[in-house]
Write a protein that binds this ligand. Structure first.
Ligand code: G3I
Length: 373
């Protein structure tokens, strides 16, 4: 096969942009792609936005359709967006996301059914703003999960059923779901999800998964669900990383230990900050004020930092490949650096470099190893 890895992906993207869908598929077979490179190991995915799935962001659209065989919704399926008021659903962006994945024959991942953040404000309270009773919250959860999953039944490969339920110290996060239902909100959500779509895979998903205390709690939850006969198919290890975290050994230990439970392990939400670390989690509420010291590379990464970043990403990718017996999917949280949420979190207005493709749509150097095989 002709090695096209040195041809700028932007040029390939432009070439493909002018083709019909069937021509794209033909053309893509000549180009080294990530989905080909990892086809014997795991699915390779990206989080996408409506701009990508509506074809407005041509660069993202071209890269995603060429390189990825799985997509996840970055924002459009969160309750605040999809179910903004009781009984009111906004399907526009979610429909477009699912159509896009279906058109491209991708494994589509729904994100997320139960999450305290970007939670529709009406969800846990009554008209006076007080928490609803346990029975009312269960009814609302069941309605939400059933309605959303039923609409996409047979099209969505897997769902992040519960997102970010556990703190780094292994205790339950004190969210409205926990406050009202206690630990039972997790089994309840999984029961509703399994009933709504018996074919879709069902996942727990969280960040800071190298934390031993968090690992212990998730293993207990997975084992408990299974003991009770409640289906869970996978655990998503969000891969929000930086230049000095996570501890690689602990991260690898988590892959192995989660794998031993028998559920699939997924690296979800993979990105690696190249900037000074402000915090090591991914809790949306933990922000910090801008200052110039925290944004040292507005015009591009210095060579040594770029090399270190690529080295760390390469080591991580090798770790994922070492454990491809249990890892079923690796998903990047975005496509190109310019689109990443990390440009505005935890500090608004930084210039970040966390993703697999650069601002000019080139694959990062650590990927050349795989694209040239
Ligand atoms: O849609 C509105 C737009 O109408 C408005 O003009 C604009 C003004 O700021 O905001 C837009 O909403 C933003 C939304 O992203 C869509 O771009 C929100 O402010 C912004 O807070 C939101 O951030 C998302 C964040 O979750 C919020 O929870 C990020 O894009 C998204 O990448 C991030 O994803 C989460 C995962 O779901 C769970 N794990 C952690 C990860 C990172 O926080």
């Amino acid at each position: 096969m002709k090695n096209l890895c040195l041809i700028p992906v932007a040029a390939i993207a432009l070439m493909l942009g002018a083709c019909s869908t069937s021509q794209k598929q033909t053309a893509a077979t000549d180009v080294p792609t990530l989905k080909d490179a990892f086809k014997d190991s795991f699915l390779i995915g990206a989080a996408v936005t409506p701009a990508c799935t509506d074809g407005i962001d041509h660069a993202a659209d071209s890269l995603v359709s060429l390189h990825f065989n799985s997509i996840v919704a970055e924002n459009c399926m969160k309750s605040e967006k999809i179910n903004p008021a009781e009984g009111v659903y906004d399907w526009k962006d979610a429909d477009s996301f699912v159509d896009y994945g279906t058109r491209h024959g991708m494994k589509i991942i729904g994100h997320t059914l139960v999450w305290h953040s970007q939670l529709a404000p009406w969800f846990p309270v009554d008209s006076t703003g007080k928490y609803v009773t346990a029975d009312v919250l269960k009814e609302r959860l069941r309605n939400h999960i059933t309605t959303v999953m039923t609409r996409y039944k047979g099209k969505i490969h897997g769902w992040d059923v519960v997102n970010e339920a556990i703190l780094d110290d292994g205790t339950y996060r004190k969210t409205p779901f926990y406050d009202i239902l206690g630990e039972e909100f997790i089994p309840f959500a999984f029961e509703c999800a399994a009933a709504a779509d018996p074919e879709a895979e069902l996942y727990l998903n969280d960040y800071s998964m190298a934390s031993p205390a968090k690992r212990e709690t998730y293993i207990r939850i997975i084992n408990d669900l299974r003991k009770r006969g409640i289906r869970i198919d996978g655990i998503g290890m969000q891969g929000h990383m930086g230049m000095d975290y996570p501890d690689f050994d602990e991260f690898e230990k988590s892959i192995v230990e989660y794998g031993k439970t028998g559920v699939g392990v997924m690296i979800t939400e993979w990105d690696m900050s190249a900037l000074p670390t402000v915090n090591t989690g991914a809790n949306v509420a933990d922000t910090a004020a801008y200052n110039k010291m925290l944004n040292p590379y507005p015009d591009g990464l210095p060579e040594d930092i770029d090399r270190k970043w690529n080295d760390r990403m390469g080591r991580m990718m090798e770790m994922f490949l070492r454990h491809s017996d249990v890892i079923t999917r690796v998903t990047a949280w975005g496509v190109t650096d310019g689109d990443s949420w990390k440009n505005n979190w935890p500090v608004r207005g930084r210039t970040e470099y966390p993703l697999l493709f650069s601002r000019s749509n080139e694959p990062k150097p650590f990927l050349n190893t795989y694209l040239s095989k």
